[in-house]
Design a protein around this ligand. Structure first.
Ligand SMILES: [Zn+2]
Length: 404
């Protein structure tokens, strides 16, 4: 191990004995008591020295015996330490492609904030390269979203859509103006390739869903261009995903409202069927309205504010990445909505509905991982915020399976 105090967090002394790592409530923490000699020793923890060399430096600085090991252990327990050589073979391979890693460096630094074990950040970044994601819908939202995922290091991003690129599909980061008239799916795939820092070698599909024989995806994102499908996702369309236990995320723009979620973990969290049942409970006219909306084919260009579409694409991609990285983002069990012009984000909780065939309601709230509540032998750690705790329920990346 070559310990490195996470450079992502700004460091500052709150007083003579207390160091604060980080600035923002979500990720900052304080560590103390710490003397000045130990404090200056922190500068040596920059990933260039192994433990043996660090112990030697410690002796040279007259730090007591065992102090360096205790410090490194304490920092690691506090989640403040990274390992410049850790992360496993996939991480080693990523380190060898310097230009790729350089482009992903801010993403790597960000991952270091949400991982606790040294080496995990680059391990997760490397794991993204073996993930397969499908984006269904290549309009202003879908094409940008797919490009973002590829740009953030997801190895395989497939895009599905029909028809040809219309002038109003064009969006910065998505389908370019010169693609107008080309096949939508092919143009979106080209955009994805342009956004990818490199193209990892194609690998054999890891999973195959028994129903259709197609290779399985870690996640499918439904980003329809049709606004009715955004507002009221059709449970029938998601049935194969439910049957194969494929996690899927909804995102899109309907009229002046951007929607991200729900992230459906089949059998665990509320799905499109739950949403439909819930709406019918609340509004007796809902089935009548939805039948009219679905049958009345709109030929006009639908409203889709460019900045709102880009916002939705960005937030949905962030939720997708959080899931792919092994977390459960807040869109599991909720739809995030934002409307122009006030642009307040709000979460509309989506409970699993007892009448829905997905059976998520029976399964209750699913597993809840316990927090790391252990105390530390030498240093007290204080995290100002508990906000990010829910997202910290860690799974190994890409390992989610439905228990259906
Ligand atoms: Zn359901």
């Amino acid at each position: 191990m070559h310990p490195m105090v996470k450079p992502a967090l700004r460091r500052g002394w709150r007083d003579l004995k207390t160091v604060q790592f980080g600035m923002t409530p979500a990720h900052a923490m304080t560590l103390g008591p710490m003397d000045l000699a130990t404090g200056s020793f922190l500068d040596l923890l920059n990933g260039t020295r192994g433990l043996e060399l660090l112990r030697e430096e410690g002796r040279r600085m007259d730090l007591p015996d065992g102090h360096v090991d205790r410090l490194v252990r304490g920092l690691a327990r506090a989640g403040l330490l990274d390992d410049s050589r850790g992360g496993g073979p996939a991480a080693d391979a990523l380190r060898k492609t310097k230009e790729v890693l350089d482009r992903l460096r801010p993403d790597l630094a960000s991952l270091s904030l949400t991982t606790s074990t040294p080496g995990d950040a680059i391990g997760q970044l490397a794991a993204r390269r073996s993930q397969r994601v499908q984006v269904r819908g290549a309009g202003r939202v879908g094409a940008v979203l797919a490009s973002l995922l590829a740009g953030a290091g997801v190895g395989e991003v497939d895009v599905l859509d029909g028809g040809r690129v219309e002038p109003w599909d064009v969006a910065p980061g998505g389908l370019p103006p010169e693609s107008v008239g080309d096949r939508r799916d092919e143009s979106a795939r080209r955009a994805v390739r342009r956004a990818a820092p490199d193209r990892p070698p194609r690998r054999a599909p890891a999973q195959t869903s028994p129903e259709d024989g197609e290779p399985g995806f870690s996640l499918v994102i439904l980003a329809p261009r049709d606004d009715v499908a955004v507002h009221a996702p059709d449970p029938a369309a998601a049935e194969p995903l439910m049957t194969s236990g494929t996690p899927h995320l909804y995102a899109g723009v309907v009229e002046g409202t951007g929607v991200v979620g729900p992230l459906v973990l089949p059998g665990e969290t509320g799905c499109a069927g739950c949403l439909q049942e819930d709406r019918a409970d609340r509004d007796p006219a809902w089935p009548r309205l939805i039948a009219q909306w679905r049958s009345g084919r709109q030929r006009q260009v639908r409203p889709c504010d460019l900045t709102l579409a880009t916002t939705v694409a960005g937030l949905a991609a962030a939720h997708a990445l959080a899931f792919l990285d092994g977390r459960v983002p807040s869109s599991a069990g909720a739809r995030w909505e934002v409307s122009v012009p006030a642009l307040h984000w709000q979460a509309r909780p989506l409970q699993a509905h007892p009448a829905c065939s997905c059976a998520a309601a029976e399964r209750g709230k699913g597993e809840h991982l316990s927090e790391d509540g252990e105390s530390h032998e030498t240093m007290a750690v204080q995290r100002p915020s508990e906000q990010c705790r829910e997202a910290e329920a860690e799974r190994p990346a890409g390992t989610w399976r439905a228990h259906v």
